[in-house]
Write a protein that binds this ligand. Structure first.
Ligand SMILES: [Zn+2]
Length: 129
């Protein structure tokens, strides 16, 4: 088995114990990696803490994302893609005129008897890793 050069980061959010490990084939790959340049010195955050406003919760039950399509010489795009999909929808940018706005919302509805927090939400200090 070839040698690996691991690079590990801990989530910068106070109290969070999530960790990530990136692995490289050479020391040079590690030294020149995107991850070392961008996540070094406490810059890495886990999925829960990278964009906390996107995490649905009892106090943040709805999120909204908007993007407007633009015309390029080679087609229409929403962001960097001519095809956008998510749970319950698919969209081909070329099916619509430039300037079309895509609005994606996600909303949770808690059960009526939601008096107890889910075990995973009780503490962010617990880690599945
Ligand atoms: Zn975290």
């Amino acid at each position: 088995m070839a040698r690996e050069y691991p690079l590990q980061f801990k989530c910068a959010h106070e109290g969070c114990s999530e960790k990530v490990t990136y692995r490289y084939s050479t020391q040079r790959d590690l030294r020149e990696s995107f991850e070392l340049k961008n996540y070094g010195r406490g810059g890495w955050r886990c999925t829960r803490h990278a964009n906390p406003d996107e995490v649905l919760s009892a106090t943040n039950p709805e999120t909204r994302f908007e993007v407007v399509s633009r015309q390029e010489s080679y087609g229409n795009f929403f962001g960097h893609s001519g095809f956008v999909h998510g749970p319950g929808f698919k969209l081909f940018a070329n099916d619509f005129p430039p300037g079309t706005k895509l609005i994606v919302t996600a909303r949770i509805e808690l059960p009526d008897d939601a008096t107890q927090a889910a075990p995973a939400a009780a503490s962010t200090k617990e880690s599945a890793s």
